[in-house]
Design a protein around this ligand. Structure first.
Ligand SMILES: Cc1ncc(C[n+]2csc(CCOP(=O)(O)OP(=O)(O)O)c2C)c(N)n1
Ligand code: SF4
Ligand SMILES: [Mg+2]
Length: 300
C-alpha cells in the first residue's frame, strides 16, 4: 500500500532536544523523511541548521554522521561502497540531508561525483535560500531581490542579491541523468512522502529539493512556515516538478490558477525594500521559468 500521511508512524527518529528556531521548516523535512525511511537507514548530514542545532540529547536515533560541509556526497559514496564490499548493502536506506549551501555551492562537487558514479542513495536538500546557520549569508539559491546579511541593503544601491537566475538544482541533477530528481513541498506532505518513498526504492541516486521557509532569517512569524511554502507553490516561485532519467519531465499543478508573486513576497521582511518595478521583474522571471518548465514537460 502506498505511504499515506494518515497512516504515517508516530515514531520520531529525530529525537527532541534541538536548539534551533521553533517552526523551522528544515526540521520538518528531516522528521518527515525519517518517518518514511525508518530505522534501517544511515543518514549523513552536512553541517547546517538541521544538524548543528542538536544537543547531546537530540538528533537522529539512527546511525548518523555529521559531515563536513563539502563532503556529504563523498561520505555517502563510501558508505554505499563499503556496505557492498561487506555484503551488507541490502535492506539499508542511505540518505543525505543537507542545506542549499552544502548542496548547490560548497558540497556540489562531491554530490555531482556521487550521482555520476551511480551510487544508490537519496539526497534531500532543504533549501532555506542562504547560509542560515552561520548568519544568513547569500547562497547560490538565494532568490533575486532578497536581502541577506551579505547583500543587506536596498535595490536602489545595488547591494541586494543581484543574481537573477539562481541555481536550479533539480535541473542540474536531471542533467546528470539520474533516475529520479524532484522538488517537493512541506505544504503538500502527501506528495512529498510519495516522492521520498519512490526515490528510496530506486536502484541508483535520487534527489529531492524542498523549499524550507526560514522564519528567523526571512522575517515572518514562526507559525507561518507551511502557509509560505504553499504560497511559494501557488505563485509558481517553487514549482512542483519531477524528472525521470533526465528526460521525462512532469510539471505538477499546471492547470491551477497562479497567484501573483506579490502575495508571497509581501509576507517576508527580506523583500520589504522592493519597488513595484522590482516586483514586476520578479514576476516576469517566475513566468519565464514556468514557461521553460512547460516546454520541458511538453505542456501547452
Ligand atoms: C568549508 C566550510 N566552509 C564554511 C563552513 C561554515 N559553515 C558551517 S554551516 C554553514 C552554513 C551552511 O549553509 P546551508 O548548507 O545552506 O545550511 P543552513 O545553515 O542554511 O541550514 C557554513 C557556511 C564550514 N563548516 N565549512
Ligand atoms: S535559522 Fe531558519 S533554518 Fe535555521 S533553525 Fe532557524 S528557522 Fe530553521
Ligand atoms: Mg541554507
Amino acid at each position: 500500500m502506498p505511504i499515506s500521511i494518515k497512516t504515517l508512524t508516530n515514531e520520531e527518529l529525530m529525537a527532541p532536544g534541538r536548539t534551533g528556531c521553533p517552526g523551522c521548516a528544515a526540521m520538518l523535512v528531516a522528521r518527515l523523511a525519517l518517518k518514511v525511511l525508518g530505522r534501517q537507514t544511515i543518514m549523513v548530514s552536512a553541517t547546517g541548521c538541521v544538524i548543528s542545532n542538536i544537543t547531546h540529547a537530540g538528533g537522529p536515533s539512527i546511525p548518523f554522521i555529521h559531515s563536513l560541509l563539502p563532503g556529504s556526497g563523498s561520505l555517502i559514496s563510501g558508505i554505499d561502497a563499503g556496505l557492498k564490499a561487506l555484503g551488507k548493502r541490502n535492506g539499508i536506506n542511505l540518505m543525505v540531508l543537507a542545506g542549499d549551501g552544502g548542496t548547490a555551492d560548497i558540497g556540489f562537487q562531491a554530490l555531482s561525483g556521487a550521482v555520476e558514479r551511480g551510487h544508490k542513495f537519496l539526497y534531500i536538500c532543504y533549501d532555506n535560500e542562504g547560509y542560515m546557520n552561520t548568519g544568513g549569508q547569500r547562497s547560490g539559491t538565494t532568490p533575486y531581490g532578497s536581502s541577506t546579511s551579505t547583500t543587506p541593503t536596498n535595490m536602489s544601491v545595488g547591494k541586494h542579491s543581484s543574481v537573477k537566475n539562481r541555481k536550479n538544482m533539480v535541473l542540474i541533477m536531471a542533467a546528470h541523468h539520474i533516475p529520479f530528481a524532484a522538488t517537493a513541498s512541506i505544504a503538500y506532505p502527501q506528495d512529498m512522502l510519495r516522492k521520498i518513498e519512490k526515490a528510496v526504492q530506486i536502484e541508483g541516486p535520487s534527489y529531492i529539493h524542498v523549499l524550507a521557509p526560514c522564519n528567523y532569517r526571512w522575517g515572518f512569524p514562526e507559525d507561518q512556515s507551511i502557509n509560505l511554502a504553499k504560497l511559494a507553490v501557488e505563485t509558481r516561485i517553487a514549482p512542483l516538478v519531477e524528472v525521470e532519467h533526465g528526460r521525462k519531465y512532469t510539471l505538477q499543478m499546471s492547470n491551477r490558477l497562479k497567484r501573483p508573486v506579490q502575495e508571497y513576497l509581501s509576507t517576508q521582511k527580506r523583500y520589504r525594500h522592493l519597488s513595484d518595478e522590482n516586483i514586476a521583474e520578479i514576476q516576469q522571471a517566475v513566468d519565464e521559468n514556468w514557461e521553460y518548465l512547460e516546454q520541458l514537460a511538453n505542456i501547452g
